[in-house]
Design a protein around this ligand. Structure first.
Ligand SMILES: N[C@@H](CCC(=O)N[C@@H](CS)C(=O)NCC(=O)O)C(=O)O
Length: 308
């Protein structure tokens, strides 16, 4: 079974980034809607503890993090490319900016602006995940003018790029930078009451936003979480064993490791045995009583791998 299965929920901006990637490639995919808060009892058997959204599954191979998911989509479905106009390499660096500073400011703004109305369990979970162990949404709320100034400056860079008359950020064809930038514009417009008025100061960006929205999400068909687990159990991981003699940590197939996102979000570690390692990816084998033998993939950049 080589169907692309996306585990996500409609409100997730990072999932919207991947959905646009699926749209750029005009793919058919299966859609599993997952809970917005842990526990995620039908997702954990697949990931081994990784709790963020989205996750992609293809048979018994599981891809964590949008960076890893989009890279795998590009590998399996190279055309149309997410890196048109000779942008390979550099565009992943754009991802580190947008998923880093711009994402952090946007999440801070949306959480801080809604501090008085968020359900307590959601505020606690996202506060811990994005603002650290001593999170305080009231403090973020008091800092909103500064946060808006940070976002305004960064969106101004995208506005400048689009003012040159390009249809998309790289040129005539849509690519990874469009999916990256769009997911936060979509988030700010949809989840911050001040979003539409704020965004109206960027006319080139608003016209581009419309063009990206028109790309759509490809064609999705709903799938139950139980059916996704059945698919995993019936399949074997397809990832070949692969080593990298230059690996700076000396990681090699057969080595037991733990993997987690860098930073202080309180993310659980995933334990497994290295199957594939290279500059950009690490994939580990693990067993689960419900999902069988799996290979779970992570990006290397932004993730900490600790020998077990
Ligand atoms: N670096 C990750 C970030 C993923 C992320 O933070 N996603 C949000 C949803 S948009 C999340 O996981 N929220 C908590 C949850 O869904 O449990 C990626 O690019 O996939």
């Amino acid at each position: 079974m080589n169907d692309v299965i996306l585990h996500h929920y409609p409100q997730s901006p990072v999932s919207e980034k991947v959905r646009i990637g699926l749209g750029i490639k005009s793919l058919d995919w299966l859609s599993v809607e997952i809970p917005r808060l842990p526990p995620k009892p039908d997702l954990m058997p697949l990931t081994g503890g990784y709790r963020r959204t989205p996750v992609m599954q293809i048979g018994a191979d599981v891809y964590c993090d949008s960076q890893c998911i989009l890279r795998e989509l590009e590998r399996r479905f190279p055309e149309p490319s997410l890196c048109p106009e000779g942008a390979a390499g550099m565009v992943w660096g754009v991802g580190r900016w947008i998923d880093g500073a711009l994402f952090d400011h946007s999440v801070g703004l949306v959480l801080g602006a809604a501090a008085d109305s968020l359900p307590a369990d959601f505020a606690r979970d996202r506060g811990r995940l994005y603002l650290g162990p001593d999170h305080d949404l009231k403090r973020v709320q008091a800092d909103l003018p500064h946060i808006v100034a940070q976002i305004r400056g960064q969106l101004g860079w995208i506005e400048q790029r689009l003012e040159t008359g390009r249809r998309f950020i790289l040129g005539e064809r849509p690519g990874l930078p469009d999916a990256l930038a769009y997911h936060l514009v979509w988030f700010l417009r949809g989840r911050w009451a001040g979003g539409p008025a704020f965004l109206s100061q960027f006319p080139a960006l608003e016209a581009w936003e419309q063009r990206v929205a028109e790309i759509g999400h490809g064609r999705s068909t709903p799938l139950s979480a139980a059916a996704a687990l059945d698919i995993a159990r019936a399949a074997e991981p397809q990832t070949p064993e692969s080593e990298d003699p230059l690996d700076p940590q000396g990681l090699a197939p057969g080595r037991a490791v733990r993997v987690r996102p860098e930073g202080d979000g309180g993310d659980p570690e995933v334990e497994g045995v290295v199957r594939l390692v290279d500059r950009e990816r690490i994939a580990v084998l693990r067993e689960d009583p419900r999902a069988g033998r799996l290979c779970v993939h992570f990006p290397r950049v932004g993730y900490r791998v600790t020998p077990a």
